[in-house]
Write a protein of this length. Structure first.
Lengths: 410, 294, 320
């Protein structure tokens, strides 16, 4: 008897617990959610991103918040670089923390995963590191706005450069090494397809697909070097990229085999400043040093350096832009109501640290540029930057609208 | 497919195998002597790597920094291992298997978060000393010079363990304890202290392995997860409690992985589990284990 | 049956849940039910048969992918997909179990783990079919189940039905044979029972219900990933069972309530969930080995004569 009563009492207490815990109130502050890979492969990039977001939110709150009256409350969650965790955290953010917009994610797979959730609950979704084309090309969501040059744009930028180089140097065949997940696949597929268009004589000899989170690249390095391709194109993700470059260097890889156009973001430039091979031709998404003539960028770099004691990477730049894009959308709409903001952002022109850009209507993609350059030391900074920077503008590199329409029709 | 490519893959498999042996040997020792399957072994390995980083960081300005950090980290881990054994492991000797496994699994979670709290989430990168920065050329194929060091350490550990177990008095006592705890106890030798020593030794090797791993690539959270399962497979394939078995199995697993990159890259990881399952089904005590151990 | 009228009371209370609590906690409740079903199915092997399976998540994951793939790629209705999940998981359990039931103890544990990992890596690498590391997105339940409350009731009914079935199995002669295998497999063999066959049947049934739980998870989360087969996922039902108590039928469900609730609560204000649950497990293993049920049993002697704990304690208490 006593035991049954205990069970019943416990159940009632639990129900009570649910009720008390469940009651929360959302008020006038603007709840902003951040869903990034704080742990996992993306941690390196995401720390910068979160720091930049915090800086932006501080600046905005110093002026009273959005529209001068809605102070911004930040809710940061960890996706662990796993899509199912990302979905779960996104739901948490939406249902428990009542956020109106979600910034993030790192992994493109996570972005693709939370896109329909954001759409279902009518919450704005601004990926600022993930850039797989599949976020914008197919399964279009009017709530998702992309502020990163997508994988097609980046691939096209690389291919334009590589095709030139191949002609000059008489290259005949190549290999690819790409992280086996959404972004890696999307980038590699686009690169190969575009190369076939622009340099049809080049032969793809072999593809290598290390898994996301791979720490030992030795076997890949020896396999590639053993087969002696004319050049190699790499799309290795974040932390893995650091390990890959460092390990390959120990084998003298970069002296033997040309490695043009792989993603060497400002993060890699800073972290590997001592060991990175100078003269590599690399690609990145938002280098601060390419836009110091834009006042917003110059101010941002100064504030970021003052607050955190370091220079901002691409990811910091783009997450900062994401917050300010949201701010401008709210101002255009004159309200924090999510549907009004999303309509206001459609096709809108916005001011970013990378200049004045606009969103293309068909896929909500920002007209941002990709940047190719040569890794070189610079007296102004304690780490190498890119010299001879070639800025490939968004509208010159994004996928033609007819192809998008065709892809969506399928 | 020419001979130099095969040789290159063979070498990379060898280095991978050596790393696995370093990790798995401690695991095999602990299980062989104490019958405890230490899930947290790879996590302690990772702690060793982080400690190595911290010591190296403090001694950055000295050329020998790295070479001193490695043994220091291993010693710290031995101490940690001793403490863990006395505080936690000792309490579950007389318990059932599930509780022992759960305890060590819980340690994985706890230690993992402690690493996060102490060292943060960013990757740690150790700059290699110039001696081992570039490649060496073996028969014309480039080979990471640091791996020569790894292979040397692996061989040293293998020989050291063998000599300890076969040639020293302490080692004889340990082997006797495996055979019969009661007899050794009856001879007046305190079993708890033997166990603490063995556990500490096992963790020392794990810490050494972690410290040796540290300059390869970067040190990141979650590295232990991928490794612990492979270490388990090595111990199972080789046979619980057999040092030779662990060595051979580590080499096998390393080479299987290296060569499957060439032929069946997707299958590299699956292949290892298939081999493990086959060994467990046909010969559960492993290639070199003895059937009496259960 | 009448003895358990208070369970009926709890069931009725749960029917009112969505009306009292916010949507977020309804989501938590759904999760408690799904994971609880998973844990109870695990306990059929652990508590009733006495073996530790460290690869039970394999069937959970298979069930999730079966339903997920059917919903995404075909227009099969959800109830049918769930049945397919159960059958598919059962088939996998049959094949894997065939090898595993021939051994016990640590070998059983490691072999189940090895198979679980094998399945994990196969799903992980088979990008073209399963989406690999990106997981499977866009798994939507039918219109009438889109809202959280609707899905809650759906899950509640299915899980309750499954629990009732498993309860009957555990209280049947088959269930008692399981317990005797747990206590002493050799003696059971001596009375003419084919122990391996019985263990296999139990393994398959447990796998089927794990598959059902997995099938329910996909449409709820709208997304699944290969991690559902990983050994970490296999650890979850072990934790729940140990916390709740392996020697009672409802132990794992109680464990699910505590674990899931704790998870939802703790992750609201800290990222160090693994540290928290690790410490809880160490505490439970060292100081409360029988779990919540064990604790309750020692405090309140009456718990029904046909319960596992009463048997192992040797007491003959009757229901009061």
């Amino acid at each position: 008897m006593k035991f049954k009563i205990t069970i019943i009492v416990c159940t009632l207490m639990l129900l009570g617990g649910f009720t008390i815990a469940g009651s929360s109130s959302a008020a006038e502050p603007y709840h902003l959610g951040v869903n990034l890979a704080i742990t996992g492969t993306g941690a390196l990039y995401c720390k910068d991103g979160v720091d930049a977001i915090k800086l932006a939110v501080e600046e905005i709150n110093a002026k009273g918040g959005f529209l001068g009256k809605h102070s911004v409350e930040l809710f940061v969650r960890d996706t662990h670089t796993k899509p199912d965790v990302a979905v779960r955290e996104a739901k948490d953010l939406i249902l428990r923390d009542k956020v109106r917009a979600i910034l993030g994610t790192y992994s493109s797979a996570c972005a693709v995963a939370i896109k329909p959730v954001a759409q279902e609950y009518k919450v704005l979704h601004i990926p600022a590191i993930s850039n797989s084309e599949n976020i914008t090309k197919v399964n279009f969501s009017p709530y998702t706005y992309q502020v990163v040059p997508n994988s097609y744009m980046q691939a096209k930028a690389v291919v334009l450069g590589v095709a030139e180089l191949a002609k000059k140097k008489g290259w005949k065949n190549y290999m690819t090494i790409a992280s086996d997940y959404e972004w890696g696949r999307s980038t590699q597929n686009n690169t190969v397809a575009l190369l076939k268009q622009l340099a049809p004589d080049l032969k793809l000899k072999k593809e290598f697909w290390p898994r996301l989170g791979e720490t030992q690249f030795t076997s890949y390095i020896t396999a590639i070097m053993g087969q002696k391709p004319d050049f190699v194109i790499g799309s290795v993700a974040s932390k893995d990229n650091v390990a890959w470059i460092q390990q390959a260097k120990a084998y003298g890889f970069f002296e033997k085999i040309p490695y043009p156009g792989s993603l060497i973001s400002v993060s890699e430039l800073i972290v590997q400043s001592k060991s990175l091979t100078r003269g590599l031709v690399g690609l990145c998404r938002a280098p601060f040093f390419a836009h110091l003539d834009v006042p917003m960028m110059a101010n941002f770099v100064e504030s970021f350096k003052a607050k955190y004691g370091r220079y901002p990477s691409d990811w910091a730049v783009m997450e900062y832009d994401a917050v300010y894009v949201l701010k401008q959308g709210i101002e255009k709409a004159g309200s924090i109501d999510t549907d009004k903001v999303k309509d206001a952002l459609k096709g809108a022109t916005v001011d970013t640290t990378r200049g004045q850009l606009y969103f293309r209507k068909i896929d909500n993609q920002l007209s941002c540029s990709s940047y190719i350059g040569v890794v070189a030391d610079d007296s102004k900074y304690p780490f190498p930057i890119y010299h001879d920077v070639v800025e490939v503008k968004g509208p010159d590199s994004w996928r033609p609208e007819e192809e998008i329409v065709a892809a969506r029709a399928k | 497919m020419d001979a130099s490519l095969v040789f290159a893959q063979f070498l990379s498999g060898l280095s991978r195998g050596m790393m696995l042996f370093l990790i798995a040997s401690g695991l095999s020792l602990i299980f062989g002597v104490m019958n405890i399957l230490n899930f947290a072994h790879a996590t302690l390995w990772l702690v060793g790597a982080y400690f190595c980083y911290t010591f190296w960081f403090l001694m950055q300005d000295y050329g020998f920094g790295l070479w001193l950090s490695i043994p220091l980290a291993a010693l710290v881990l031995a101490a940690i291992g001793w403490v863990i054994e006395v505080v936690l492991i000792r309490r579950v000797y007389n318990r059932e298997l599930p509780e022992q496994l759960l305890l060590t699994y819980a340690m994985v979670l706890i230690l993992g978060d402690l690493i996060k709290i102490i060292w943060g989430v960013e990757d740690k990168l150790i700059d290699r000393p110039p001696l081992v920065e570039g490649p060496v050329f073996i028969f014309g194929m480039p080979f990471d010079s640091y791996f020569i060091f790894v292979i040397l350490v692996g061989l040293a550990v293998a020989v050291g363990l063998w000599w300890f177990l076969q040639k020293t008095r302490y080692g004889h006592i340990v082997r006797a304890a495996v055979f019969s705890r009661e007899m050794v106890s009856a001879l007046g030798i305190p079993i708890p202290r033997i166990y603490s020593g063995v556990f500490a030794l096992g963790i020392f090797i794990a810490g050494l392995a972690g410290a040796v791993q540290a300059p390869i690539g970067s040190i990141t959270l979650g590295m232990d997860m991928a490794v612990v399962i492979q270490a388990f497979c090595v111990v199972v394939i080789g046979g619980f409690g057999s040092l030779l078995g662990t060595f051979v199995a580590a080499m096998i697993v390393g080479e299987v992985y290296a060569f499957s990159i060439l032929f069946w890259p997707q299958g590299a990881l699956v292949l290892i589990f298939i081999v493990t399952a086959i060994v467990l089904i046909i010969r559960p005590w492993g290639l070199f284990g003895t059937p009496t151990r259960a | 049956m009448i003895r358990y009228w208070w369970l009926g009371l709890i069931f009725i209370a749960m029917l009112f849940l969505p009306l009292i609590i916010g949507e977020f906690w309804v989501h938590v409740a759904i999760e408690i039910l799904i994971l609880g079903l998973f844990a109870v199915s695990f306990n059929m092997i652990f508590g009733y048969m006495g073996q530790l399976s460290f690869g039970h998540a394999a069937y959970f994951g298979v069930g999730a992918y079966a339903t997920g793939l059917l919903l995404v790629k075909t227009s099969v209705p959800l109830p049918v997909a769930l049945m397919v999940s159960m059958v598919t998981a059962g088939l996998f359990a049959l094949v894997i179990g065939y090898f595993c039931v021939r051994m016990t103890g640590i070998y059983f544990a490691i072999l189940t783990m090895a198979f679980g990992q094998m399945l994990y890596y196969i799903i992980f690498q088979w990008y073209s079919f399963t989406g690999g590391d990106d997981g499977l997105q866009g798994i939507v339940p039918p219109e009438w189940l889109m809202s959280a409350s609707a899905y809650y009731y759906f899950t509640l009914f299915i899980v309750t039905a499954a629990l009732i079935v498993m309860w009957f199995i555990s209280e049947s002669p088959f269930g008692y044979t399981m317990r005797s295998i747990r206590e002493n497999a050799d003696r059971t063999r001596f009375i003419g029972i084919n122990v391996s066959n019985y263990m296999l049947i139990n393994f398959v049934v447990a796998g089927m219900f794990a598959g059902l739980a997995g099938g329910l998870l996909g449409p709820f989360n709208r997304s699944i990933a290969p991690d559902l087969c990983n050994w970490h996922q296999s650890g979850v039902p072990v934790f729940m069972t140990v916390i709740g108590g392996p020697l009672g039928f409802f132990g794992p469900m109680i464990g699910s309530v505590i674990y899931t609730f704790l998870f939802a609560f703790v992750t609201g204000f800290t990222e160090y969930w693994p540290l928290t649950i690790g410490l809880v497990i160490v505490f439970v293993v060292l100081f409360v080995p029988g779990g919540v049920l064990g604790l309750a049993q020692s405090k309140f002697k009456a718990f029904g004569s046909r319960d596992l704990m009463a048997e192992t304690q040797g007491s003959t208490d009757t229901e009061t």
